[in-house]
Each structure stands twice: as C-alpha cells, then as structure tokens.
Ligand binder design. Structure first.
Ligand code: FES
Length: 460
C-alpha cells in the first residue's frame, strides 16, 4: 500500500459528491470545508447539530463510513476512498421533516407519552416503539463493515494504567516506569495531547511551541521506553470489579491495574443560551483544532464569548487565519479584557470590539446567522457565522470519579466530597494529574513524581 505525501490530497465520497482533503485531515473538517455545516440531527427534536467540540466529547458529529455507523467524524482522519453518509433526517439531514417535533414542542414535551397514554398501556407501548424508531441512530453496520471491525480480547497485566497521553500523562508514565513498574498508557491518537497537536501548525500559535516541544520530547521518550506499552484507544468506564476495559482498533483490553493514573485533561463547557447547540456555535478547543490541526477555516465573521483571557487568544488565532472577529463578549464580573496579554499582538484594537455583556441567543434556521448580545440592558443582534465559546474549562475527571464511587460504594460520598477536592488524596490506587486534577499550569516534574509514587506503590 502506498501512502499519500502530506501535501497531496486524497478524495472520498460524501453523499454522492467527491470531496478532497489532506491526508490526516478529519472527515468533519472536510465536510465543513465543502460548505455543509449540519452533520447530524438531535435524537428527539431533530435539531440540526454540527461540529462543536473537536475532541469526541459532544456526540454531535457521527457519520456512517463505509457502512459502519456512529463514526466520530471530528477525530477520524480521511484516508482516501471512503464512502461517507450522514445518519439522521428524512428525507435528508439538511431538510428533515421530523423537525416539526421541535416546532410542536409545547404539545410534545419531554415524557409526554407517559401522561398522554397513562390509562392506555398498549398505546403507550406502541408510541414508545414509534419514538424509538424515530429517535434511534438505528442502523446496523453492513455485513462487510461488521466483518471489518472484528475484535479480539486480551488481558493487560501492567501494574500501572495511565489514561491520557498529554504532557502530564507522558510524564507520569515515565515516572511510573522509572520506579520499576510495568505501565500501559492509553491515549486516542498521537501522544502529546493538544499541546503536541499544536506543534505541527506553529504558524497559528507560536506561544504554544515550548509546551509542544516538551510534549513531543516526553512522547518520544514514552514511545522508546521498553516498559511502557502505548495503546491507541479509549477507556470505556470503571467497573465495580476494578475492571477497566480499553477499546482500541480491533482490540479490547481488560485492565485491572494496581494503580490508575488519570491524566485526561479538561473539557470545554458550553454557554447557556437558546440556540447553543446550533451548527456554528463551536467550543474553543474545537476552533483551535480546526485551525491548527485540520487547517480549515470555514467561517468569515466570528463572535467570541469568554469569561477570561482565553477569548483574546482565540480572537488572535481566528484573525491570523483570516476570520473577522466582530465582537469579544466578556461576561460581567471578569477582569479588564482590553488589557494586553503578554506577547499578544494587536490587543490595543480589542477595546473597540470588546462588549461587556451576555450572549442571549444564537440565531439561524439550520446554522448560525447571528448572535444576540445584551449590553447595558439593550440587545444587539450581531451577524456572524461562528460563535466561539471560550469559557473556563472543567477537569475531565469522570474516570477518577467513577473509581472513587466504586471505592466509596455510595454516590453521596462522591457528590458531597469531590468538588474542588484532590480525588487522589482520598482513594487508594488512584492518582489524578494535570488539568484533570485542576492544575492551572503544566507541571511535568510534578506529574512525573506522582507517576513515580504510583509505580513504587506509594501513590494514593
Ligand atoms: S464529538 Fe465530534 S464535534 Fe464533538
């Protein structure tokens, strides 16, 4: 098999059209580039959904690839020759007649069938069937696609399981292996996490180069280490028996490590306003990924919504990519957003377009057309095809919470005790590092020390 040169383009078929992409560019980004913002429809009310998070978190981008449904298009690269289809919508994803359910939402609110058919169980059963049919993603893989995804199961015997291969995860894995433990590190895609991904497109963000360089060095050291097994895959969950299944390409790993190190980074959080699920409303990391990794710029005019300094950084990136940033909406109560950031070019101009206010709504039928912003009691409608939501991220510590829940045996112990707490301090066999632990800056030495303690059996 010959592989394409990075500068060559590869072609794939999208609903009868031939689209081209750079090798490695995500399927979602190539579809967006072709002028198609709607990637799917929501299950129940059939609201249009599009590229949102860029990191397989939100579930807004599943497509069918070569007969296999439910493929996450924002993280699946184009290899060339694929046949890609969207999955929901009748007669098409762009024009879905079942969208009427959203317009009639007053008459069919959530759980309406339970009230409507309360005294008619047979009808209720029938209605459930019809709704399941309408709502379900509902297609099985074709026989060929099912054959292509056959998997084998293997038991992983490593002492330490590190989940997350960003800067902190790599450092922790090296620390654990350095103290004599066998280590399995699970991470989807190239090691180094988002910092490393930025390395390949430093044109857009020179400031991340030091973190990217360091992440690259740590990733190389991990890959070269004979006691660290690197698995390109994802953890499914933490089960009661201590089982942590890992799903990789053609492989399911059964892991029961003596020590779990959670290094899963952080999530962007969505803004709370009507229309926040509309195609064109994109979370900050998703915007960065499209610009830096996929090198696709599908927008012309952007509004950036922020509660801190991330908004200015995103505005910089968008402008360098040729997008006009018409407003930076800063939530009330945040420090002075027009203060120049260290190393940030052109910040003096920010004063003109910074609006202290609140995003009230995202407008547009199928995709974003305008943003309503309330400033000093007046609502302004600003035309834009991108609303970049750059709010403070939250730790992606779900796996640690699951482990803690299993250890505690009661959800109350977790719900009452976890907020702002150091999860690893109270749970034997668990460590949390990096932004998953709420660290506000990268600290590879600290992560390596935590990994070393985990590997030597001292870690908590
Ligand atoms: S999961 Fe693909 S855009 Fe969120």
């Amino acid at each position: 098999m010959t592989s394409a040169h990075p500068d060559e383009s590869v072609a794939f078929t999208f609903e009868g059209r031939t689209l081209s992409a750079r090798p490695g560019q995500s399927i979602a980004s190539a579809i967006l580039q072709s002028g198609t913002p709607v990637l799917t429809r929501s299950f129940k009310y059939r609201r249009p959904r599009g590229y949102t998070c860029g990191y397989d978190i939100c579930g807004n981008c599943p497509v069918t690839v070569n007969g296999l449904p439910g493929v996450t298009s924002c993280t699946t690269p184009v290899r060339g020759g694929e046949v890609v289809r969207r999955e929901r919508g009748w007669p098409s994803t762009d024009r879905d007649l079942l969208r009427a359910t959203d317009l009639l939402v007053r008459f069919v609110p959530a759980g309406f069938q339970f009230r409507l058919f309360r005294s008619r169980p047979r009808l209720a059963h029938l209605a459930e069937k019809v709704m399941a049919r309408i709502a379900g993603a509902g297609r099985f893989p074709t026989p060929q696609a099912a054959r292509a995804v056959r998997t084998r199961t293997e038991v992983d015997a490593a002492d330490v399981l590190v989940v997350g291969g960003g800067l902190s995860g790599c450092a922790a894995a090296l620390g654990a292996a350095g103290s004599g433990s066998s280590v399995t590190l699970v991470h989807p895609g190239p090691l180094g996490g988002r910092a490393n991904a930025r390395d390949s497109v430093v044109t857009y963000d020179q400031e991340t180069a030091p973190a990217a360089e360091l992440a690259g060095r740590l990733a190389s050291a991990v890959l070269a280490h004979r006691d660290i097994r690197v698995v390109d895959g994802r953890v499914m969950s933490y089960f009661e028996t201590g089982l942590i299944p890992v799903v990789a390409d053609g492989l399911v790993l059964e892991c029961r490590p003596k020590h779990l190190v959670v290094a899963t980074g952080s999530y962007d959080v969505p803004g709370l306003f009507p229309g926040n699920d509309k195609p064109g409303v994109v979370l900050a990391d998703g915007v960065s990924r499209l610009l830096r990794v996929d090198r696709v710029v599908p927008w012309r005019r952007a509004v950036v919504m922020t509660d801190g300094d991330r908004g200015s950084a995103l505005a910089d990136q968008l402008e360098r990519a040729g997008v006009e940033v018409v407003a930076i909406v800063v939530q009330e109560g945040v420090g002075d957003p027009s203060e120049p950031r260290p190393g940030s070019a052109g910040r003096q101009a920010d004063g003109d377009r910074v609006l202290r206010g609140t995003v009230r709504a995202a407008r547009g039928a199928r995709a974003l057309r305008a943003v309503d912003v309330e400033v000093e009691g007046r609502v302004r409608t600003i035309r834009a095809d991108l609303l970049c939501v750059a709010l403070a991220p939250r730790p992606a510590n779900d796996l640690a919470l699951q482990q803690q829940y299993v250890a505690a045996g009661t959800p109350q112990a977790v719900v009452g005790g976890w907020a702002g707490a150091d999860l690893s301090a109270s749970t034997p066999g668990l460590s949390v590092v990096g932004s998953a632990a709420g660290w506000t800056s990268e600290d590879p030495d600290r992560a390596r020390a935590v990994g070393a303690a985990a590997g030597s059996g001292q870690g908590k």
